[in-house]
Design a protein around this ligand. Structure first.
Ligand code: XMP
Ligand code: MG
Length: 178
């Protein structure tokens, strides 16, 4: 697989390769295709980190479905700042829709715990979460994702859409802080 890399001041080592990622994305898409047949779910992508996961997942959905994007932020550098700012609001009416939120990673759960009530206000028919990664031991808020590509330990990762101070998003493989 790939080599160790340096981003800004830090070294990262290979963690999950593109082929391993693709296998999980295929499996999640299959599950969603089965669970949401005839339900026309709205895929609500939380930018920026999940754009690559969302694109790969979305292109594998064979059911009728639509997609929309929101931008939230709670991270600076390699640790959560705690404060979540909604940077770009929801344009799409969610009322009566089956919503699948797509996230890159659930760390403390703070981002989604503060965002879920905002979604609930619009009275969607159902809300589930699809996330590329979960760090179960870092979880501090009661957030449950129905679709999870990988559970990982509490270490900082980059690649496949995830960044270290905005760099590394373009890497097709996932790397972990050395
Ligand atoms: P919370 O704590 O709100 O954090 O669940 C979720 C958001 O934090 C970012 N995050 C990371 N980004 N590598 C990253 O590049 C990581 O290891 C990592 N952990 C959390 C991410 O933006 C996510 O949406
Ligand atoms: Mg980030």
């Amino acid at each position: 697989m790939s080599q160790n890399i340096t981003i800004h001041d830090k070294s990262f080592v290979p963690f999950i390769d593109a082929e391993g990622i693709n296998q999980r994305v295929v499996a999640l898409a299959k599950q969603i295709n089965e669970d949401y047949a005839g339900k026309n779910p709205l895929i609500l992508v939380i930018l920026n980190g999940s754009f690559m996961f969302a694109a790969d997942l979305f292109r594998k959905l064979t059911i009728e479905t639509t997609i929309s994007f929101v931008r939230l932020s709670s991270y600076a550098g390699t640790s959560s700042t705690g404060a979540v700012n909604t940077l770009l609001g929801i344009k799409e009416p969610l009322t009566g829709r089956h919503v699948i939120i797509v996230e890159d990673i659930i760390d403390t759960g703070k981002t989604l715990a503060s965002f879920l009530p905002v979604i609930a206000q619009q009275e969607p028919e159902s809300v589930e979460i699809a996330t590329f990664l979960v760090k179960p031991t870092a979880l501090k808020y009661p957030v449950h994702a129905r679709y999870v590509a990988f559970e990982i330990e509490d270490r900082f990762v980059v690649g496949y859409g995830l960044d270290y101070d905005e760099l590394g998003r373009n890497l097709p493989n996932l790397y972990v802080l050395a």
